[in-house]
Design a protein around this ligand. Structure first.
Ligand code: NAD
Ligand code: DAU
Length: 379
């Protein structure tokens, strides 16, 4: 690969994308980094204030479904790498409005693939030195059984594993696990993954797909569990726990995901799939209690003060019981593992949201308030 690379990062104004853009802009001053984002409700350029004036960074406002515009950009910028994160990403929204998910996640990805194909095939060296890296989710694998509801000793332990860390079943998601998506969101991501692999198998495009578990950390839009609950605890608002709060998710600090993306973009094998996970399963209700404890302590409230905010509400439709990733392949082949212990990560995250109330207020004013009220009406 060239040292002077020209890389498009789609969805760079979103949660994970902004961490990836920041890492690449700071780490690779010789690369030309183009952040391509439509700036939907989830895109926020305030996430990138600290790097927006760097000479190797450029923002382009564009819809990934705009084939002509993207094809032109590929030529103008001589793009040789694409890291594709732009997507509609929230499961609850996909249940209300699946069409938007099919449009962006499926048709948008196909549009990028086809434009990249036409441009790269027009070059004398064709696909040499090129890479199309698609960021996907563990949700495409469906849901795992909770056959150990009380938890067992987990088969994996890493830096991220917290004190008393447990696994809630015997099964894990492997790179070979059959796709079995349940929500319109995960169905749209699964479909986009298939298109990416098809472009490798049919046209020889050098693609890579990664499937990651739940991320947490700064700059996450407050419709997702962790930032939503931190903000609600701060304001003494109800915490809407879906169902019994027993669903399990595997949490990874977002900067660790960004580091994995860097390693895989540069060293991953073409046409491979890598699972990325935190080795860090939590029942929602246990995680919520950790957040309550941390926020109360940092705000100077007595211990247990905000437990009264826990409000059990109607479950999410088709709510997946358990996600748990086995990312041994990535550890063994490329030497990546999480860097942060979970309690440290949560403390850092809670502090960040409490210290950045202005960031939160900017997003939660106006349209968002209405969305939030509609979403929870009748629950
Ligand atoms: P996000 O919702 O915070 O950000 C998505 C970004 O994509 C926003 O900046 C938005 O403006 C942009 N975007 C949306 N539609 C677009 C379009 N049509 N054209 C151009 N830009 C558009 O999402 P996130 O949580 O940062 O997730 C990023 C990617 O990582 C997604 O592909 C998601 O499926 C995947 N992923 C997320 C998680 C997680 O826990 N958040 C875990 C695994 C994988
Ligand atoms: O697993 C990776 C996926 O993680 C990503 O692909 C998605 O883009 C990302 O949004 C996330 O999906 P989840 O649905 O797991 O995340 P969310 O934060 O929406 O919910 C986490 C858990 O908390 C889930 O079991 C539902 C529950 N929940 C969520 C919200 C918003 C609640 O109990 N109450 C809530 O208000």
């Amino acid at each position: 690969m060239n040292s002077k690379r020209s890389i498009v990062i789609t969805g760079g104004a979103g949660f994970i994308g902004s961490h990836v853009v920041r890492l690449f802009v700071n780490k690779y001053p010789d690369y030309n980094i183009i952040n391509l984002d439509k700036l939907t409700y989830a895109g926020n350029l305030a996430n990138l204030k600290d790097i927006e004036d760097k000479p190797n960074y450029k923002f382009v406002k564009m819809d990934i479904c705009d084939f002509e515009a993207f094809y032109q950009l590929m030529q103008d910028e001589k793009v040789d790498g694409i890291i594709h994160l732009a997507a509609e990403s929230h499961v609850d929204r996909s249940i209300k409005d699946p069409f938007t998910f099919a449009r962006t996640n499926v048709m948008g990805t196909l549009s990028l693939l086809q434009a990249a194909k036409l441009y790269w095939e027009s070059l004398p060296e064709k696909y040499e030195g090129k890479r199309f890296y698609h960021i996907s989710t563990d949700e495409v694998y469906g849901a795992l059984e909770m056959n150990h509801p009380e938890g067992i000793e987990p088969p994996f332990k890493t830096v991220a594993s917290s004190e008393g860390h447990k696994a809630y079943g015997d099964e894990f998601f492997y790179e070979t696990t059959k796709y079995n998506p349940h929500s319109p969101y995960s169905a749209s991501k699964a479909s986009s993954d298939h298109f990416v692999r098809a472009y490798h198998d049919t046209y020889g495009m050098p693609t890579i797909v990664t499937n990651c578990s739940n991320n947490y950390g700064p700059y996450q839009f407050p419709e997702k569990l962790i930032p939503l609950f931190i903000n609600n605890i701060r304001h003494g608002k109800a915490l809407p726990v879906y169902g019994k709060g027993e669903n399990v998710r595997d949490w990874l600090f977002v900067e660790d995901h960004a580091r994995a993306i860097d390693v895989i973009f540069h060293q991953g094998k073409t046409a491979e799939t890598y699972n990325i996970g935190g080795f860090n399963e939590w029942k929602n209700i246990d995680l919520i209690k950790v957040m309550i404890k941390t926020v109360d302590r940092l705000l100077g409230n007595p211990e247990g003060h905000s437990l009264k905010l826990i409000t059990y509400v109607t479950d999410r439709l088709g709510h997946d019981a358990r996600y748990a990733i086995d990312s041994t392949k990535l550890q063994k082949e490329l030497g990546w593992e999480p860097s942060l212990q979970f309690e440290e990560g949560i403390e850092k995250t809670v502090r960040w949201y409490l210290d950045h109330q202005d960031w939160m207020d900017n997003i939660t004013s106006g349209d968002y308030e209405k969305y939030y009220e509609d979403m929870y009406k009748g629950r």
